[in-house]
Design a protein around this ligand. Sequence first.
Ligand SMILES: [Zn+2]
Length: 540
Amino acid sequence: MAKKTAKKSRAKPASKRRSQQSPRGNSAPGQENQHEYALRVRMYRQGLGDCFLLSFPKPEKGYFHLLIDCGVIQGTPDGASLMRAVAADIAQTTAGKIDVLVATHEHWDHLSGFIQAKETFENVEVGQVWLAWTEDPRNDSACRLRTERAHRLAALWIGLSQMHQRLDVDGQARSTLERASQILSFFGIDPAVDKPPPAGLGVAAAAALKTTGDAMDWLRAKSPAPRFFEPGEQIELEGTGGVQVYVLGPPTDTAKLFKDLPTSSGRETYGARLAAAEREFFTNALFGDGMEADGLQFYQALRFESKYRIDEVGAQEMPFFRDHYFRPSDGDDEAWRRIDANWTNGAAELALKLDNDTNNTSLALAFELPDGRVLLFPGDAQVGNWESWHVDDNGQPRVWQVGTRNVTTKSLLNRTVLYKVGHHGSHNATLRAQGLEMMIDSQLAAMLPVDVYIAHEKKGWKEMPFEPLLDRLNELAQGRILQADQDKQALPGESADRQSSRLEAIERFLARVTEANQPIGVATPGKKNVQRPLYFDYLL
Ligand SMILES: [Zn+2]
């Protein structure tokens, strides 16, 4: 019913838009030569957050629309109105029907739109909802993971909130403390405004996951039978002429699921942000230089009522803590993980681990076009999630049998022509040898949903995106990187000092990229409201 009316209303605005733009550009589906390209990927540019609309022309008529995530990081100026603009465009472009709605993981910068623009999404028909197995309410270990996450988040929230209230910190220290609290914004909690309920950990846990949890609940209820995927599954998108989707992650093996960081050598990734450096980073963020003397005060401020505490001996007997804090194999490497007398490290560890673990539940998908080209959408998958893509539960190389073909993860990566960069370009969300270095297709391009101003200035995440990773990505993709906060004019092909050797490749690429006519207002350094196009369209 909704479908019918929606389809009718599509034609007019589409032709109107088209007349103002380049013929190939963001013309509405159904209007142009359908055989000119295999699909259009629309990357919304709301800021630090993911929202991608994949529109596959159907051989006979119309488009198959698949939406991956829809969110912006909490604390983005005018975030809600940005998401309403994004949602309105999705509703119009899809004529009110999304065939598949994918939510990669339960983070606000991937889900906020479903709450902030709920009225719009309520009126959009959704064919199927796709989620990771970790969101399945009938899966026991998924439920345990979610409960555990809620408790850890609540503990962090209570701790940071108490520290705000009790710790006598001034100017600089307070501002760094506030920056550290920004980790809560991945869960839609505004540390400056939202206070944990005083009734204790259990109540706080329910409240802590309310915002992102509401979004996930809405998604589960949006389709009568949401699908929960495990790695190794494979789906053909109906009516697209044979587009195959391969489920790469999240891993079902909890050791991999909780492996967020590279080992101390850093060889798996491009980064040398080691575990110890991570801890130091947060410690400094909490206290600034020379503030160690306040450790005891911090401890007193942060520690929980005794009924919520576990002593070290008791913790060693509990499987979760034994696995994650007392693993003997790594020797002393694990010692710093223990939250015993030093709450400074404890809070830092808790914050990061919580954030990374949730990222690692990302539903990672590879889309294979009928001509063999592949698009990689890993959500915010981290080290252990990426590593797990290559092997099955028996430790054997993972092989999908598609008709008479054998497809491996390596072959998918080898044929990748579009990489959605993981976790906004973080150091631990793009694997090196087992990941990016396998993306050897000469047409490789990347989409990077990051806003440097928001990351650096609003959140204090100075290494997002991570420069060594960007450098390598630039080499492999020959400059074909679309970054949410950079206009097309800023891309090397359109700038004056372009390198001749790359020119042709970039120009060919840019000919297939258009920007929206519709502007959105975003904050930048020094200026409160700068206009930038709502999205990039890339035809491939
Ligand atoms: Zn994210």
